[in-house]
Design a protein around this ligand. Structure first.
Ligand SMILES: [Zn+2]
Length: 1022
């Protein structure tokens, strides 16, 4: 009662003294020709995991870390957009949108659909996340974009028009031409480019360019690209998140009866900020990004203030302000009919100020980066195997892995820049996805080998085991007693479209076994003992990662050569050797201990020579006649702690690489060698120091050296973080030039201490010359070419002529003050002890005569590295258990194989039984004299036993027909350019009768294929 009385009293006072009333704001402004147009783009940048996990961000938990709740953002948009039909908003991250969408009522879904059809709400970018551009492989970028785009197509019948990579820390050429132009985007916007580059672009008004990312596809795959003047926030003073206590929010106060009326000041500030931006921008259109990280949790505050700004600024009349979107902005830029500067190459590396090169994250969290790569390859293979047996109508067994992989491409996920608990969440999702996918892999093997009656395959499917920890020699399926009568069957699956020979290695407990092929013929095999270092790592990490304490200890690696048909498998049987072996050697290996002479290793044409001090000294190939002095070593950079900084604190951290010194890793003058020789390959074991172990392999049939490194725990008891690199030095006169891949695809020319677009002031001669590597790095001189390929994304460079280096691992003690607020000090706990993370991986090096097989190796072997053979194991006891009726299989028509310059990068059955197929030409124009040419693929031969009833060529993300995409594409004018299409070739449209796909260098073509119905129903997987 008392409350009511006082309320009445208050209302009475208000009625008596206040003249203000409801105010209607005119927000209907559209583009006004002849005036400066300020496009207000309302947006929220929602990281798909960073300081909190993706689900914590969505539901809003863990608020003490960050007060961010994405469902509040999407919920609060509904009334805010309903309140005024002129208000507009863009939404980007489909991982969040899909979470929200599933939870909405029909009514809210229908309102949302109206917003989308009226243009009030627009999907931008449209992938599951805003992927990073340094650490993800292009196949993962395509997959995660496809996943988001297919949802938008199915649910709203739309294709996003605009690329929106506003936060990733540098920008790759592949993003521009492949994930931009080839998915049908008309423009691409981003926030982060080098500060020196940006300063120069202010002067010549070249923040906005036409970007041609691929020299092979040239102007046929170019895109309008805009870097923002500073970041993706509004100009200073126009920020309106009401609950953000960290900033001073200057509300537009237009009620004359209240204190602090500020309309004229706000209008003047707005006009001044707009004119300043117009000064560095071509045409009379500028964009203001009205939002930042996790904004619009109470959307009305932002819109109320923007309503007022639009109203009063337009009343003022000096300039025109309007609610806009990047699509409207892009169309306005296009309509201006301006000529734009041409940008080729990319925007790496990125520095945001002096001494702050964001080149550390190229390597940060190498374990996660490795896991993402392994799962990416597994996903590609699992989708193929699922296609062979038909997917379930309701849910694909690979859906969870698809989701987990998509989220893992986020620019704080595989980049290694999230908090530790979030990195754990990404790994957990990948593991859950893997566990589901491996069921369909096992079921597919059971069905395809006809190891069981068709009605019973499901029960037997579990007979096929896999060994996800094979890299650390943990494989319970092979560590079994193969006594008389028992057999171990190994299914070796090849996801590539060409026949393949490779060495398979599995741990075994005895050397009394032999390997037979599917005809019963013994194949050549080799044993190498498992050393104690490997066993210790195995036992600790098996406990840490799968919670298992191995009960048996394998004694050897058993290696044998497998020959596998394209897109298919072969099977091998391991049995007891007693009395049957023709090939098994009496001694399983030959060991040469430490010695004082040079040692030559390699059973084939390639020989590595080690000098008496244990160091690699010579690389000799007796066939190609290369004979090159070579050194291979490890070093570490001590991480700068920021303590001497005055103006800007800058420690080395998860993002930034800031070395404070370079130190060789060498504790002794001499590194002893253990050499294990065998018929298939030789191994050189070296303990480099107490925390680096290296195995170098030289294969009989391979012309490269394989380096397997085990690095860690990196010691930090001296209080200094360390960033560990390996290097190969030769006498090649490389004249500062080297090449690194763009997202695993085109190779970009890099010149040390040089940028093509501006004159660089070098303050960090090492960190400023680091580049992201997904496939490889190489350099050359007039005689030879030195190439290195990698097994995951890493940072690398050529710091001196003739030298190439890779950063393999980082352990840091300071945060680099870019938001993650955690030192990158990865620690693993198991068996009651915690240690710094140990990372094991491989890289591969080769020297060719110039113009020899280097490009072919980088492309073909690079594809084999991306898609390793997938192994599954089944134990058979006498006549019981599985009996493989079909030990060899190929998904292609018999004897068909893809040309060696083409890879099958997607073969996936979709919900509607259509098949998504992607074929990629692997070579650039001019890269190889024989293989940088047109390739043809006969589609009819790709689907064994099935007829194609219809094929449509699609955009890269499969969300629109390619013809449609090309018809709608905006064409941009380029300054000083005559005809950028000279010498650029594209495959002709597919003839529906012939069904032969033509692919020219670097083309990726995407098809939606209808096949006749299969005889058997698809497999049901829980
Ligand atoms: Zn972000």
């Amino acid at each position: 009662m008392a409350i009511v009385t006082s309320l009445l009293f208050l209302i009475a006072i208000v009625l008596q003294t206040v003249e203000s009333k409801y105010m209607e704001y005119d927000t209907s402004a559209e583009i006004v020709p002849g005036k400066l147009n300020v496009h207000l783009v309302a947006h929220s940048h929602d990281d798909v995991g960073w300081l909190k996990t993706v689900d914590q961000y969505y539901v809003g938990t863990n608020g003490t870390i960050q007060a961010a709740c994405v469902q509040d953002i999407l919920d609060s948009l509904i009334p805010a957009l309903l309140a005024d039909k002129n208000r507009k908003f863009i939404y980007v991250e489909q991982a969040f949108f899909q979470r929200w969408w599933r939870q909405q009522s029909q009514a809210i879904q229908s309102i949302t659909k109206q917003f989308i059809s009226s243009g009030q709400l627009e999907f931008i970018n449209g992938g599951m996340c805003m992927h990073d551009e340094a650490a993800p492989h292009y196949i993962d970028m395509i997959d995660q974009t496809t996943l988001g785009h297919r949802f938008i197509k199915q649910e709203f019948d739309l294709a996003p028009r605009i690329g929106w990579q506003i936060d990733p820390f540098g920008h790759s050429a592949v993003q521009a031409y492949l994930l931009g132009a080839e998915v049908g985007f008309d423009s691409l916007f981003f926030g982060r480019i080098d500060y020196q580059d940006r300063a120069k672009r202010y002067v010549d008004k070249s923040l906005e360019v036409v970007w041609q990312g691929s020299k092979s596809l040239g102007s046929s795959a170019q895109i309008f690209a805009g870097a923002f003047p500073s970041n993706y926030e509004p100009p200073s003073g126009f920020y309106y998140e009401v609950n953000d206590g960290s900033r001073d929010i200057r509300i537009v106060q237009d009620d004359i009866d209240l204190f602090d009326y500020n309309v004229q000041k706000q209008v003047d500030d707005f006009v001044a900020a707009a004119l300043a931006q117009a000064n560095i921008t071509r045409t009379n259109h500028i964009m203001w990004t009205m939002g930042t990280d996790f904004q619009y949790q109470y959307a009305t505050t932002w819109f109320r203030n923007m309503d007022k700004l639009i109203h009063y600024v337009n009343q003022d009349g000096r300039i025109n302000a309007l609610y806009s979107t990047p699509s409207i902005y892009t169309d306005a830029k296009h309509a201006a009919n301006e000529y734009w500067p041409l940008k080729t190459d990319d925007y790496f590396p990125y520095a945001d100020r002096v001494n702050a090169y964001w080149t550390g994250y190229f390597t940060s969290r190498p374990g996660l980066k490795g896991y993402v790569r392994v799962m990416s390859a597994y996903y590609l293979a699992a989708r193929q195997l699922e296609f062979f047996i038909g997917r379930s109508k309701t849910k694909s067994a690979t859906d969870s892995l698809a989701d987990a992989l998509a989220i893992a491409q986020h620019h704080d996920a595989v980049s290694g820049t999230s908090k530790q608990h979030v990195a754990n969440d990404y790994s957990k999702r990948l593991y859950i996805g893997y566990k589901e996918a491996k069921e369909v892999v096992a079921a597919s093997f059971a069905r395809l080998t006809e190891s069981a009656p068709r009605s019973g395959y499901k029960a037997l499917a579990t007979e096929f085991q896999e060994c996800p920890l094979l890299n650390i020699s943990y494989c319970p399926a092979t560590e079994v007693n193969i006594s008389h009568g028992k057999k171990l069957t190994v299914v070796v699956y090849n996801p590539l479209g060409w026949k393949r020979e490779d060495i398979v290695k599995i741990p075994v407990i005895s050397d009394n076994v032999i390997v037979q092929d599917s005809t019963g013929k013994e194949v050549e095999s080799q044993f190498v003992p498992l050393v104690n270092t490997a066993l210790r790592l195995r036992n600790y990490y098996a406990a840490a990662y799968v919670g298992e304490s191995p009960s048996v200890t394998p004694k050897y690696w058993l290696a044998f050569k497998a020959t596998v048909p394209p897109l298919g498998f072969n099977t091998y049987t391991i049995t007891s050797s007693k009395g049957t072996s023709r090939l098994a050697k009496k001694k399983p290996y030959k060991l040469i201990g430490s010695q004082n002479e040079t040692v030559e290793v390699g059973p084939g044409a390639l020989k590595l020579v080690y000098s008496a001090d244990g160091g690699l000294s010579q690389y000799i190939n007796k066939e190609t006649l290369v004979n090159e002095t070579i050194k291979q070593s490890y070093k570490f950079y001590s991480s700068y702690d920021g303590s001497q900084d005055h103006e800007y604190f800058q420690a080395s951290g998860a993002y930034v690489f800031r070395p404070n010194g370079t130190y060789p890793v060498l504790e002794k003058k001499k590194i002893s060698l253990n050499v294990y020789r065998g018929p298939l390959y030789d191994e050189v074991h070296q303990r480099i120091n107490s925390w680096i172990y290296q195995i170098t392999r030289v294969y009989k049939d391979k012309d490269h050296a394989e380096f397997e490194f085990t690095v860690g725990p990196i010691p930090i008891d001296d209080g200094i973080g360390k960033e560990v690199a390996t290097q190969i030095s030769t006498t090649l006169k490389t004249n500062k030039i080297f090449y690194t891949d763009s997202s695993g695809r085109d190779f970009m020319k890099r010149v040390r201490d040089y940028r093509a677009d501006w004159t660089i002031k070098v303050d960090q001669p090492i960190a400023g010359n680091y580049y992201p590597i997904n496939l490889g790095i190489y350099s050359k001189d007039d005689n030879n070419e030195l190439s290195i390929l990698v097994d995951r994304s890493v940072g690398g460079s050529s710091i001196e002529d003739g030298q190439l280096e890779l950063m393999l691992h980082r352990r840091l003690l300071h945060d680099d003050s870019r938001g993650v607020a955690e030192a990158l000090n990865e620690t693993v706990c198991a068996l009651d002890e915690c240690y710094g993370l140990t990372v094991q991986g491989k890289y591969y090096a080769r020297i060719d005569p110039l113009g020899g097989g280097a490009a072919k190796w980088r492309r073909s072997y690079g594809q084999e590295l991306y898609s390793p053979l997938l192994l599954a194991f089944a134990e058979q006891d006498g006549n019981k258990g599985i009996d493989l009726q079909k030990p060899i299989f190929s998904g292609f028509e018999s004897s068909y194989s893809l040309p060696e310059n083409v890879a099958l990068i997607t073969l996936q059955e979709l919900e509607d039984e259509k098949v998504l197929l992607r074929l990629a030409h692997l070579y650039e124009v001019g890269e190889d004299k024989d293989l940088s040419v047109k390739a043809t693929v006969e589609l009819k031969n790709l689907f064994q036993g099935r007829q194609i009833s219809d094929v449509k060529e699609m955009s890269l993300s499969g969300n629109q027909e390619r013809d449609e995409m090309l018809k709608n594409r905006l064409v941009w004018k380029v300054e000083g350019s005559k005809d950028g299409n000279v010498g650029i070739s594209r495959g002709s449209p597919l003839d529906s009768e012939e069904l032969v796909v033509e692919l020219y260098p670097m083309e990726i073509r995407t098809f939606l294929v209808d096949l006749d119905h299969r005889e058997e129903p698809g497999i049901a997987v829980k």
